[in-house]
Design a protein around this ligand. Structure first.
Ligand code: NAD
Length: 507
């Protein structure tokens, strides 16, 4: 049985090798499906972060930068491709680890690991293409000058990531940072770090130069905060909650350090009256319940046209009740537990507050009866919601969908934009002109038309408003780790002639 899998015992990954944390502390790893301790991870503190940052700095400076930062993109691409190949080779084992650590259904975890490998491959292509983009000429209005740009790595970067897609969220940052020629310190979430630590072993296997990627696991306050405020870190890229994002931005501001922030969301899905009810119901369920409902971009506010609301909700409840909830390693599992006891309590509290505020639990809302252990929560649909309720306004980050009806397209758009967040949004309708109007009107960074959630490493990802700023993935993701240098050359033989030249006797 896969649950008996051996959990690797790892230390911090610093300067190309495993190294015990200075204080030698460790954090238990709990399988959320069984509530059992299955292993532990090292708990880094500020001292370890200092060592990792120094290793990264030294790695960039080694051999005058020729080994990495000022090597060609094609050179770095070879390492990225080797990492991708190694991850693919270890896919089965990595997917199981992800599953045991985070509670993700195994099929989803396997999909994630494929995406991890693809993301490294894609960024290898970007690294190669970067060579052709150097010295891009800029047309100037004066013939006496010529100008071009160099795209250079930003330096040492701190990458702080969450637990919902542990290895994939780390890869969205590590792959472009390495492609750009940066050296990185990755700080994964203390709730799910196992696969990120395995990335260290992969780097060792492929011979990545020491110090180019360092992995320091540990608590946010003990390992993340010193990284965010470290004076020798040139940039922080963060994915996580809006509250932590705000703290990171405050810390980085003290040194005018750039940040990119991928934060929370409360995204809408708008279902118009002309849809195929079953297709729309499946996308609505997937948009909120996949990854056990723990998706930053979850379309967790359903807006459905009042003419079809009753029929549609009836179908949606049927689709939802058909979702297989089980141990994530069990075949066909489509909903596993939420990641931790703390997260379980938080989600249950949201459901109970919604009830107290007068909403109706249309489906779910409880722990599934057939599962005695584990942080499982039924996929939950909540109706009779008003726009002042907590369930409408705040991100749950669990399998909970709230519903409102609308009468007109204008009302649907107004309700969709009635949020502090602006990560994603979905529109489901057979009228493509209407979809286009709604797409333009939605105040967010990602819009899905006739679907919800699909994500490709070639397309930009990121939000507006309290969902953060900056874009990951695609070429935009690489730009996060590049600094643009303007080079302007005077090419005329004539003197500049702004000042009167001194008389020959004074020269
Ligand atoms: P979190 O903010 O609690 O933690 C994220 C990371 O920050 C962890 O590694 C944590 O250890 C670290 N951290 C915590 N306090 C810190 C501090 N003071 N200084 C530095 N680092 C600190 O978020 P989470 O619970 O791990 O993840 C869930 C959140 O992430 C949700 O809000 C979700 O919407 C968001 N998320 C966003 C995206 C996106 O692409 N926009 C993707 C995934 C998750």
């Amino acid at each position: 049985m896969a649950a008996a899998m051996r959990i690797p015992v790892r230390q911090l990954f610093i300067d190309g090798d495993w190294r015990a944390p200075v204080l030698n502390n460790r954090i238990s790893v709990i399988n959320p499906a069984t509530e059992q301790i299955i292993g532990d991870i090292p708990a880094a503190t500020a001292e370890d972060v200092d060592i990792a940052v120094e290793a990264a700095r030294n790695a960039l400076a080694r051999n005058g930068g020729k080994d990495w930062a000022s090597a060609s993109g094609a050179h770095r691409a070879k390492y990225l491709r080797a990492i991708a190949a190694k991850i693919t080779e270890r896919k089965t084992e990595l997917a199981k680890l992800e599953c045991l650590d985070s509670g993700k259904p195994l099929d989803e975890a396997a999909w994630d690991i494929d995406d991890v490998a693809s993301c490294f491959e894609y960024n290898a292509d970007l690294a190669e293409a970067l060579d052709g983009k150097q010295k891009s000429p800029i047309s100037l209005p004066m013939e006496t000058f010529k100008s071009y740009t160099l795209k250079e790595p930003i330096g040492v970067v701190g990458l702080i990531t969450p637990w919902n897609y542990p290895m994939l969220m780390a890869t969205w940052k590590v792959a472009p940072a390495l492609a750009a020629g940066c050296a990185a310190i990755l700080k994964p979430s203390e709730l799910a770090s196992l696969t990120c630590l395995e990335l260290g072993e992969v780097c060792k296997d492929v011979g990545l130069p020491p110090g180019i990627l360092n992995i320091v696991t540990g608590l946010g306050s003990e390992a993340g905060a010193p990284l965010a405020s470290h004076p020798n870190v040139d940039k922080i890229a963060f994915t996580g909650s809006t509250a932590t994002g705000s703290k990171i931005m405050t810390a980085a501001a003290q040194q005018v350090k750039p940040v990119t922030l991928e934060l929370g969301g409360k995204s809408p899905i708008i279902v118009f009256e002309d849809v195929d009810l079953d297709q729309a119901a499946e996308w609505t369920a997937f948009g909120c319940f996949w990854t056990n409902g723990q998706i930053c971009s979850a379309t967790s506010r359903l807006l459905v046209h009042e003419n079809i609301a009753e029929k549609f909700l009836d179908r949606l409840v049927k689709w939802t009740k058909n979702i297989k909830i089980s141990d994530p390693l069990e075949e066909g599992c489509r909903l596993g537990p939420v990641v931790s006891g703390g997260q379980y309590e938080k989600v249950m509290q949201f459901i109970s507050t919604a009830k107290k505020e007068g909403a109706t639990i249309l489906s779910g809302g409880e722990r599934p009866k057939h599962l005695e252990k584990g942080y499982f929560i039924e996929p939950t649909i909540i109706s009779d919601v008003t726009t002042s309720m907590q369930i409408w306004r705040e991100e749950v980050f669990g399998p909970v969908l709230c519903v409102k009806t609308f009468k007109s397209e204008d009302e649907a758009i107004e309700l969709a934009n009635d949020t502090r967040y602006g990560l994603g949004g979905a529109v489901i309708s057979n009228d493509l002109e209407r979809c286009e109007r709604v797409t333009k009107a939605l105040q967010c960074g990602i819009v899905w038309v006739n679907c919800s959630q699909p994500c490709f490493c070639q397309a930009p990802w990121g939000g507006k408003k309290r969902s953060g700023f900056g874009r990951e993935l695609g070429e935009w993701g690489l730009d996060n780790y590049l600094s643009v240098k303007q080079v302007t050359q005077y090419i005329s033989d004539e003197p500049w002639g702004w000042y009167q030249s001194p008389s020959p006797s004074k020269l």
